[in-house]
Design a protein. Structure first.
Length: 342
Protein backbone atom coordinates (compact mmCIF):
# COMPACT_ATOMS: atom_id res chain seq x y z
CA UNK A 1 0.00 0.00 0.00
CA UNK A 2 1.26 3.44 -0.88
CA UNK A 3 1.97 5.60 2.16
CA UNK A 4 0.74 9.10 1.43
CA UNK A 5 2.03 11.84 3.63
CA UNK A 6 -0.48 14.48 4.65
CA UNK A 7 0.46 18.10 4.15
CA UNK A 8 -1.66 19.50 6.98
CA UNK A 9 0.86 18.88 9.75
CA UNK A 10 2.54 21.81 11.44
CA UNK A 11 5.73 22.77 9.72
CA UNK A 12 8.72 21.80 11.81
CA UNK A 13 12.10 23.50 11.54
CA UNK A 14 15.52 22.62 13.02
CA UNK A 15 16.81 24.85 15.80
CA UNK A 16 20.44 25.90 16.37
CA UNK A 17 21.41 27.15 19.83
CA UNK A 18 24.99 28.48 19.95
CA UNK A 19 26.39 28.69 23.49
CA UNK A 20 23.12 27.94 25.27
CA UNK A 21 22.36 30.10 28.31
CA UNK A 22 18.99 28.84 29.51
CA UNK A 23 15.79 26.93 28.71
CA UNK A 24 12.52 27.90 30.38
CA UNK A 25 8.99 26.56 29.90
CA UNK A 26 6.82 29.64 29.44
CA UNK A 27 3.51 27.83 29.05
CA UNK A 28 2.32 24.33 28.25
CA UNK A 29 4.23 23.14 25.19
CA UNK A 30 6.09 26.45 24.75
CA UNK A 31 9.75 26.94 25.65
CA UNK A 32 12.03 29.96 25.65
CA UNK A 33 15.60 29.25 24.55
CA UNK A 34 18.24 31.87 25.38
CA UNK A 35 21.60 31.62 23.66
CA UNK A 36 24.58 33.76 22.80
CA UNK A 37 23.17 36.44 20.54
CA UNK A 38 19.46 36.13 21.18
CA UNK A 39 16.40 34.26 22.42
CA UNK A 40 13.56 32.38 20.81
CA UNK A 41 10.21 31.09 22.08
CA UNK A 42 8.72 28.12 20.23
CA UNK A 43 6.15 25.40 20.75
CA UNK A 44 7.54 21.88 20.68
CA UNK A 45 5.29 20.86 17.79
CA UNK A 46 7.11 23.32 15.49
CA UNK A 47 10.67 22.12 16.27
CA UNK A 48 12.26 19.43 14.11
CA UNK A 49 15.51 18.98 16.05
CA UNK A 50 17.71 20.97 18.43
CA UNK A 51 21.45 21.39 18.12
CA UNK A 52 23.26 22.85 21.13
CA UNK A 53 26.63 24.13 19.96
CA UNK A 54 29.65 25.23 21.98
CA UNK A 55 30.53 25.31 25.67
CA UNK A 56 27.89 26.34 28.18
CA UNK A 57 27.75 26.79 31.95
CA UNK A 58 24.00 26.15 31.92
CA UNK A 59 22.85 22.93 33.63
CA UNK A 60 20.16 21.35 31.48
CA UNK A 61 17.02 20.42 33.40
CA UNK A 62 16.22 16.70 33.21
CA UNK A 63 12.52 17.61 33.25
CA UNK A 64 12.90 19.80 30.17
CA UNK A 65 15.07 17.24 28.39
CA UNK A 66 12.42 14.61 29.05
CA UNK A 67 9.63 16.79 27.67
CA UNK A 68 11.60 17.68 24.56
CA UNK A 69 12.67 14.09 23.86
CA UNK A 70 9.16 12.74 24.45
CA UNK A 71 7.90 15.22 21.85
CA UNK A 72 10.04 13.34 19.32
CA UNK A 73 12.67 16.08 19.05
CA UNK A 74 16.30 14.83 18.92
CA UNK A 75 18.84 16.92 20.83
CA UNK A 76 22.41 17.09 19.49
CA UNK A 77 25.19 18.52 21.67
CA UNK A 78 28.30 19.41 19.67
CA UNK A 79 31.54 21.21 20.48
CA UNK A 80 34.62 21.87 18.38
CA UNK A 81 36.79 19.45 20.34
CA UNK A 82 34.24 16.62 20.30
CA UNK A 83 34.94 13.83 17.82
CA UNK A 84 31.37 12.59 18.12
CA UNK A 85 28.39 14.65 19.30
CA UNK A 86 26.00 13.58 22.05
CA UNK A 87 22.56 12.50 20.85
CA UNK A 88 19.48 12.50 23.08
CA UNK A 89 16.42 10.84 21.59
CA UNK A 90 13.08 9.64 22.92
CA UNK A 91 12.06 6.05 23.48
CA UNK A 92 10.80 3.70 20.80
CA UNK A 93 7.13 3.71 19.79
CA UNK A 94 5.22 0.54 18.89
CA UNK A 95 5.95 -0.58 15.33
CA UNK A 96 3.58 -3.17 13.79
CA UNK A 97 5.96 -3.54 10.80
CA UNK A 98 8.99 -4.39 13.00
CA UNK A 99 11.12 -2.18 10.76
CA UNK A 100 14.33 -2.65 12.72
CA UNK A 101 14.26 -6.43 12.24
CA UNK A 102 13.76 -5.91 8.51
CA UNK A 103 16.66 -3.43 8.46
CA UNK A 104 18.99 -5.87 10.26
CA UNK A 105 17.94 -8.63 7.84
CA UNK A 106 18.87 -6.45 4.86
CA UNK A 107 22.16 -5.64 6.56
CA UNK A 108 22.96 -9.35 6.81
CA UNK A 109 22.72 -9.74 3.03
CA UNK A 110 25.94 -8.73 1.28
CA UNK A 111 24.09 -8.30 -2.02
CA UNK A 112 21.53 -5.91 -0.57
CA UNK A 113 24.11 -3.99 1.48
CA UNK A 114 26.15 -3.50 -1.68
CA UNK A 115 23.04 -2.28 -3.51
CA UNK A 116 22.35 0.33 -0.81
CA UNK A 117 25.98 1.46 -0.69
CA UNK A 118 26.12 1.78 -4.49
CA UNK A 119 22.92 3.84 -4.60
CA UNK A 120 24.18 6.16 -1.85
CA UNK A 121 27.56 6.65 -3.48
CA UNK A 122 26.12 7.16 -6.97
CA UNK A 123 23.76 9.85 -5.69
CA UNK A 124 26.53 11.46 -3.64
CA UNK A 125 28.92 11.77 -6.59
CA UNK A 126 26.12 13.02 -8.84
CA UNK A 127 25.43 15.93 -6.48
CA UNK A 128 29.16 16.62 -6.20
CA UNK A 129 29.67 16.70 -9.97
CA UNK A 130 29.42 20.51 -9.89
CA UNK A 131 33.00 20.42 -8.61
CA UNK A 132 34.60 17.12 -9.71
CA UNK A 133 33.36 14.42 -12.10
CA UNK A 134 31.97 11.17 -10.65
CA UNK A 135 34.16 8.09 -10.40
CA UNK A 136 33.12 5.01 -12.34
CA UNK A 137 31.72 2.24 -10.12
CA UNK A 138 32.60 -1.30 -11.29
CA UNK A 139 29.44 -3.44 -11.72
CA UNK A 140 30.35 -6.06 -9.10
CA UNK A 141 32.39 -3.98 -6.68
CA UNK A 142 32.21 -4.94 -2.99
CA UNK A 143 31.34 -2.44 -0.27
CA UNK A 144 35.03 -2.24 0.66
CA UNK A 145 35.90 -1.43 -2.96
CA UNK A 146 33.16 1.20 -3.06
CA UNK A 147 34.57 2.81 0.07
CA UNK A 148 38.02 2.97 -1.51
CA UNK A 149 36.55 4.65 -4.59
CA UNK A 150 34.69 7.08 -2.33
CA UNK A 151 37.92 7.94 -0.50
CA UNK A 152 39.74 8.71 -3.76
CA UNK A 153 36.84 10.81 -4.98
CA UNK A 154 36.63 12.69 -1.65
CA UNK A 155 40.35 13.50 -1.77
CA UNK A 156 39.96 15.14 -5.19
CA UNK A 157 36.75 16.85 -4.15
CA UNK A 158 38.08 18.51 -1.00
CA UNK A 159 41.33 19.50 -2.66
CA UNK A 160 39.33 21.36 -5.30
CA UNK A 161 36.91 22.77 -2.71
CA UNK A 162 39.62 24.36 -0.58
CA UNK A 163 41.50 25.59 -3.66
CA UNK A 164 38.40 27.44 -4.85
CA UNK A 165 37.91 28.77 -1.34
CA UNK A 166 41.36 30.32 -1.56
CA UNK A 167 43.03 28.07 1.01
CA UNK A 168 44.65 25.15 -0.85
CA UNK A 169 46.73 24.38 2.25
CA UNK A 170 43.61 23.40 4.25
CA UNK A 171 42.27 19.83 4.42
CA UNK A 172 38.90 18.43 5.47
CA UNK A 173 40.25 16.55 8.51
CA UNK A 174 42.33 19.42 9.89
CA UNK A 175 41.17 21.99 12.46
CA UNK A 176 40.76 24.96 10.13
CA UNK A 177 37.77 27.39 10.12
CA UNK A 178 36.11 25.75 7.12
CA UNK A 179 36.45 22.19 8.47
CA UNK A 180 35.08 23.28 11.87
CA UNK A 181 32.12 24.99 10.20
CA UNK A 182 31.50 21.98 7.94
CA UNK A 183 31.50 19.68 11.00
CA UNK A 184 28.95 21.87 12.77
CA UNK A 185 26.86 22.09 9.61
CA UNK A 186 26.94 18.29 9.30
CA UNK A 187 25.76 17.81 12.89
CA UNK A 188 22.97 20.34 12.30
CA UNK A 189 21.67 18.40 9.28
CA UNK A 190 22.11 15.07 11.09
CA UNK A 191 19.44 16.09 13.60
CA UNK A 192 16.81 16.25 10.85
CA UNK A 193 17.64 12.80 9.51
CA UNK A 194 17.87 11.38 13.05
CA UNK A 195 14.35 12.58 13.75
CA UNK A 196 12.94 10.85 10.68
CA UNK A 197 14.88 7.63 11.30
CA UNK A 198 13.45 7.45 14.82
CA UNK A 199 9.99 8.39 13.58
CA UNK A 200 10.02 5.62 10.98
CA UNK A 201 11.55 3.03 13.35
CA UNK A 202 14.92 2.63 11.62
CA UNK A 203 18.00 2.01 13.76
CA UNK A 204 20.36 5.00 13.35
CA UNK A 205 23.29 2.80 14.43
CA UNK A 206 23.09 0.28 11.58
CA UNK A 207 24.34 1.76 8.32
CA UNK A 208 25.25 0.28 4.95
CA UNK A 209 28.06 2.39 3.50
CA UNK A 210 29.34 3.18 7.00
CA UNK A 211 29.05 0.02 9.09
CA UNK A 212 30.47 0.72 12.61
CA UNK A 213 27.77 0.59 15.30
CA UNK A 214 29.47 2.79 17.91
CA UNK A 215 27.98 5.95 16.36
CA UNK A 216 24.81 6.66 14.32
CA UNK A 217 26.32 5.46 11.04
CA UNK A 218 23.01 5.29 9.17
CA UNK A 219 22.52 9.04 9.71
CA UNK A 220 25.80 9.74 7.94
CA UNK A 221 24.92 7.26 5.19
CA UNK A 222 21.69 9.10 4.43
CA UNK A 223 23.39 12.50 4.47
CA UNK A 224 25.91 11.52 1.78
CA UNK A 225 23.70 12.08 -1.30
CA UNK A 226 22.99 15.67 -0.25
CA UNK A 227 26.41 16.88 0.92
CA UNK A 228 27.31 18.26 -2.50
CA UNK A 229 24.19 20.45 -2.57
CA UNK A 230 25.08 22.09 0.72
CA UNK A 231 28.79 22.33 -0.07
CA UNK A 232 28.05 24.23 -3.28
CA UNK A 233 26.02 26.97 -1.59
CA UNK A 234 28.46 27.15 1.33
CA UNK A 235 31.42 27.65 -0.99
CA UNK A 236 29.66 30.34 -3.01
CA UNK A 237 28.91 32.22 0.23
CA UNK A 238 32.22 31.65 2.01
CA UNK A 239 34.27 33.00 -0.89
CA UNK A 240 32.97 36.45 0.13
CA UNK A 241 33.31 35.90 3.90
CA UNK A 242 36.10 36.01 6.43
CA UNK A 243 37.06 32.66 8.02
CA UNK A 244 35.63 33.67 11.40
CA UNK A 245 32.23 34.10 9.70
CA UNK A 246 32.07 30.60 8.23
CA UNK A 247 30.33 28.97 11.18
CA UNK A 248 27.40 31.34 11.72
CA UNK A 249 26.87 32.00 8.02
CA UNK A 250 26.98 28.26 7.28
CA UNK A 251 24.07 27.48 9.62
CA UNK A 252 22.07 30.43 8.30
CA UNK A 253 22.66 29.28 4.72
CA UNK A 254 21.56 25.75 5.61
CA UNK A 255 18.30 26.98 7.12
CA UNK A 256 17.47 29.05 4.04
CA UNK A 257 18.39 26.25 1.64
CA UNK A 258 16.30 23.69 3.53
CA UNK A 259 13.22 25.85 2.95
CA UNK A 260 13.84 26.39 -0.78
CA UNK A 261 11.67 24.48 -3.23
CA UNK A 262 12.92 21.92 -5.72
CA UNK A 263 11.43 19.51 -8.23
CA UNK A 264 11.85 15.77 -7.59
CA UNK A 265 11.67 13.71 -10.81
CA UNK A 266 11.45 10.44 -8.84
CA UNK A 267 8.02 11.27 -7.41
CA UNK A 268 7.13 14.18 -9.71
CA UNK A 269 6.60 16.54 -6.82
CA UNK A 270 7.56 20.06 -5.82
CA UNK A 271 8.92 19.94 -2.28
CA UNK A 272 11.35 21.79 -0.05
CA UNK A 273 14.94 20.57 0.13
CA UNK A 274 14.27 19.55 3.71
CA UNK A 275 11.76 16.97 2.48
CA UNK A 276 14.48 15.23 0.47
CA UNK A 277 16.01 14.27 3.82
CA UNK A 278 12.68 12.82 4.90
CA UNK A 279 12.20 11.09 1.56
CA UNK A 280 15.43 9.11 1.65
CA UNK A 281 14.46 7.72 5.07
CA UNK A 282 11.04 6.70 3.75
CA UNK A 283 12.60 5.07 0.71
CA UNK A 284 15.03 3.03 2.81
CA UNK A 285 12.22 1.90 5.09
CA UNK A 286 10.16 0.71 2.14
CA UNK A 287 13.15 -1.09 0.65
CA UNK A 288 13.88 -2.87 3.94
CA UNK A 289 10.24 -3.92 4.29
CA UNK A 290 10.22 -5.33 0.74
CA UNK A 291 7.71 -2.81 -0.58
CA UNK A 292 10.21 -1.58 -3.17
CA UNK A 293 12.53 -3.69 -5.28
CA UNK A 294 15.21 -0.98 -5.26
CA UNK A 295 16.44 1.63 -2.81
CA UNK A 296 15.54 4.78 -4.76
CA UNK A 297 16.95 8.09 -3.58
CA UNK A 298 14.91 11.29 -4.14
CA UNK A 299 17.08 14.01 -5.66
CA UNK A 300 16.29 17.44 -7.05
CA UNK A 301 16.24 17.65 -10.83
CA UNK A 302 14.43 18.94 -13.89
CA UNK A 303 11.02 17.96 -15.26
CA UNK A 304 11.31 15.45 -18.06
CA UNK A 305 9.08 13.22 -20.11
CA UNK A 306 8.61 9.48 -19.99
CA UNK A 307 7.29 7.19 -17.32
CA UNK A 308 8.76 7.83 -13.85
CA UNK A 309 10.16 4.97 -11.75
CA UNK A 310 7.56 3.17 -9.67
CA UNK A 311 7.78 4.26 -6.04
CA UNK A 312 5.48 3.43 -3.15
CA UNK A 313 6.05 6.58 -1.11
CA UNK A 314 5.35 10.27 -1.52
CA UNK A 315 7.03 13.27 0.06
CA UNK A 316 5.43 16.25 1.74
CA UNK A 317 4.70 18.70 -1.02
CA UNK A 318 2.64 19.29 -4.12
CA UNK A 319 1.63 16.62 -6.57
CA UNK A 320 1.06 16.59 -10.33
CA UNK A 321 -2.44 17.60 -11.29
CA UNK A 322 -2.55 21.26 -10.23
CA UNK A 323 -3.16 23.66 -13.11
CA UNK A 324 0.12 25.48 -12.55
CA UNK A 325 2.17 22.43 -11.57
CA UNK A 326 4.45 22.22 -14.60
CA UNK A 327 5.00 25.96 -14.71
CA UNK A 328 6.10 26.01 -11.07
CA UNK A 329 8.16 22.83 -11.55
CA UNK A 330 10.18 24.43 -14.33
CA UNK A 331 10.53 27.66 -12.36
CA UNK A 332 12.03 25.95 -9.28
CA UNK A 333 14.34 23.82 -11.45
CA UNK A 334 15.26 26.87 -13.59
CA UNK A 335 14.27 25.34 -16.91
CA UNK A 336 12.13 26.61 -19.78
CA UNK A 337 8.50 25.48 -19.81
CA UNK A 338 7.73 23.41 -22.95
CA UNK A 339 4.80 24.64 -25.04
CA UNK A 340 2.67 21.56 -24.31
CA UNK A 341 3.00 22.18 -20.55
CA UNK A 342 1.89 25.83 -20.58
Amino acid sequence: MTEKIKTTKSKRVPMWLPYLQSIQETSKGFFEFKYNGGAETSSLDTIQSIMIYGDSDYNLSVTYLDKIARAGIPIIIHRRNMTQPIYIIGGERPDPDDTISAQIKVRSSSRRVTHCARQLLTAKMKNMSWLVPPEKLPPFASVDSLRNIEAKHAKKYWREFFTKLGHPEWTRRAKNPAAIALDAHSKFISGIILRWCCYHHLSPYHGFLHTPTDYPSLIYDLMEPYRGLFDQILLSEWIHKKPDQYLTSGIAIAKDFLNEKCYVPLTRQIVTNQELLHGIVLSLKYYCLGRQRKFLIPLSGKPNGGRPPKVDFLLYGRHAGKTDFWKVAHEVSKTKVPEDKK
